[in-house]
Design a protein around this ligand. Structure first.
Ligand SMILES: [Zn+2]
Length: 292
C-alpha cells in the first residue's frame, strides 16, 4: 500500500472522518485523475461534490472542494531553511507527494512565506476542532456554507449572567420583532438556565446561511458571523469551557469559511465608541493568540 494512503487511513481512524473538504484551485496540467490521486479520493466523489458532469470539463483556476479532507490537510507556511524534504519528513510523506498536490514542479523553487497544503500530522489533526462534541460536528457538517459570504467573525457576550440561547431567540423574535429569530449565528452556553456549560447552540441564521442581526451596520451584518457567549463579562470572566469551545468553533469556522486570523474580532473592536461588548473581562489577547 502506498505510504501516503496508509498514513491517511491511520489518521482517519485516529480522528473523525469529516464530510467537509478543503478547496483546491486547479493548476495547469492537472486533471481530475491527478487531483484525486493527490488527495486520495475518487474521481466519482470529486465529480459528485463539485457537480461536474464531464471530467474533461475543468479549467485552470477552477475551485474544487475535495471531500473529506478538512481534517487531513493543513496550511503550512514555508520558513527560512525549510526544504520540501524536511517538511515532508515532518509530516510523514514524501517530498514528491507534497510537490504533486501543490503543483510545485521544481523542488528548489519554494520560498519563505509561501503557503502550501500538507497532510496534517496526527497531532495537528487531533488539535483541530476535535474538542467539539460529536453531535455538534455532525450538525455543522450538514450545513452547506456560503464561503464567499463570510469575511469576519465577531464575538459578543449576552450581558446577562444567567441565560440561554432559547431565551434570547424568543426575546429577539417577540420583543425585537426579528423574524429570523436570535441575532447571532452561534451561542455558547454557560451552564445556567438548564444548559450544559460550553454547549454550542447553532441558530437558524447559520443553518440557513442568513445575515446576522448582531451589528449596528447592515453591511457588517451581511459578512460577519456572530458568536455570543452567555455571561456578563463586565462582571466576571467567561468560563474556561466556554473559551475552549469558542476556540474549537472558531478553528472550524476559519477553515470552513476561509476566514483569516486577523478577521476574528470582538464587537467593541469593531465599534469602540458604540459598545463595550463583550466586556472588559473578556480575554481579547487570548482570542488573538488562538487565531494566530
Ligand atoms: Zn455585542
Amino acid at each position: 500500500m502506498h505510504p501516503l494512503r496508509i498514513f491517511l487511513l491511520v489518521l482517519i481512524a485516529a480522528t473523525t472522518a469529516s464530510l467537509e473538504g478543503i478547496v483546491h484551485v486547479v493548476k495547469k496540467g492537472e486533471n481530475l485523475t491527478i487531483i484525486s490521486k493527490a488527495y486520495n479520493v475518487s474521481v466519482a466523489e470529486l465529480k459528485k461534490v463539485n457537480n461536474i458532469e464531464n471530467a474533461d470539463n475543468i479549467s485552470i483556476g477552477q475551485k474544487l472542494e475535495i471531500p473529506g479532507t478538512a481534517l487531513r490537510f493543513v496550511d503550512y507556511k514555508i520558513r527560512h531553511g525549510d526544504s520540501l524534504s524536511s517538511i515532508a519528513a515532518r509530516h510523514g510523506v514524501k517530498a514528491k507527494e507534497i510537490a504533486a498536490f501543490n503543483g510545485i514542479r521544481d523542488f528548489n523553487k519554494i520560498r519563505a512565506g509561501q503557503v502550501i497544503k500538507v497532510p496534517a500530522t496526527t497531532r495537528e489533526a487531533a488539535r483541530k476542532y476535535s474538542s467539539l462534541p460529536w453531535n455538534t460536528r455532525n450538525a455543522l457538517a450538514k450545513i452547506p456554507v456560503k464561503k464567499s459570504q463570510w469575511k469576519t467573525i465577531v464575538i459578543h457576550h449576552s450581558g446577562t449572567v444567567a441565560d440561554r440561547a432559547k431565551n434570547i431567540d424568543r426575546f429577539h423574535r417577540e420583543e425585537r420583532n426579528m423574524e429570523n429569530g436570535i441575532a447571532y449565528h452561534f451561542v455558547i452556553e454557560n451552564g445556567t438556565r438548564g444548559t450544559e456549560n460550553g454547549d454550542i447552540y447553532i441558530s437558524e441564521r447559520w443553518k440557513k446561511q442568513l445575515h446576522g442581526g448582531h451589528m449596528k451596520l447592515w453591511a457588517h451584518n451581511q459578512i460577519a458571523i456572530g458568536i455570543c457567549l452567555i455571561g456578563n463579562f463586565e462582571k466576571s470572566r467567561p468560563k474556561a469551557k466556554q473559551m475552549e469551545q469558542l476556540e474549537a468553533l472558531i478553528d472550524y469556522l476559519q477553515e470552513r469559511a476561509g476566514i483569516p486570523g486577523k478577521a476574528v474580532t470582538t464587537h467593541t473592536l469593531m465599534h469602540p465608541n458604540h459598545t463595550l461588548c463583550p466586556g472588559k473581562l473578556f480575554p481579547t489577547s487570548q482570542l488573538k493568540r488562538m487565531v494566530n
